[in-house]
Design a protein around this ligand. Structure first.
Ligand SMILES: [Zn+2]
Length: 116
């Protein structure tokens, strides 16, 4: 792909957003963990304890999402540098620009998108 400039911008914005989300989440997880330790609640029998456990698991899930998004975005930026950005990894065909605009980190054309 010749003109990767705007996709690089989209990816860099996405990266900044995911890094910020990750920082917020890790602060959340740390403070909820502290709270849990300080309050000494019984997770299984105390209603407050299960709320804390739920919050922790939710934050952990979002954290994993942010982590994997960051790796996808970094890999896409590396493909821009390598000059291979915008081609499907399965068939090698160019990925539609509309698709790249919506998901600039994608590695697959619409036919090979699978779950991603
Ligand atoms: Zn393909």
């Amino acid at each position: 792909m010749e003109n990767t400039g705007r996709f690089r911008e989209l990816l860099e914005a996405e990266l900044a957003e995911s890094l910020a989300a990750q920082a917020t989440l890790s602060a959340d997880i740390a403070s909820v963990s502290d709270l849990r330790r300080d309050s000494n609640v019984d997770d299984e029998h105390d209603p407050e304890g299960s709320t804390i456990a739920f919050e922790l698991s939710q934050s952990a899930t979002l954290m994993r999402d942010a982590d994997s998004r960051i790796s996808e975005v970094e890999a896409a930026l590396a493909r821009i540098d390598a000059g291979t950005y915008g081609s499907c990894e399965v068939c090698g065909q160019p990925i539609a620009e509309g698709r790249l605009e919506a998901r600039p980190w994608t590695r697959f054309c619409i036919n090979h998108a699978g779950g991603g």
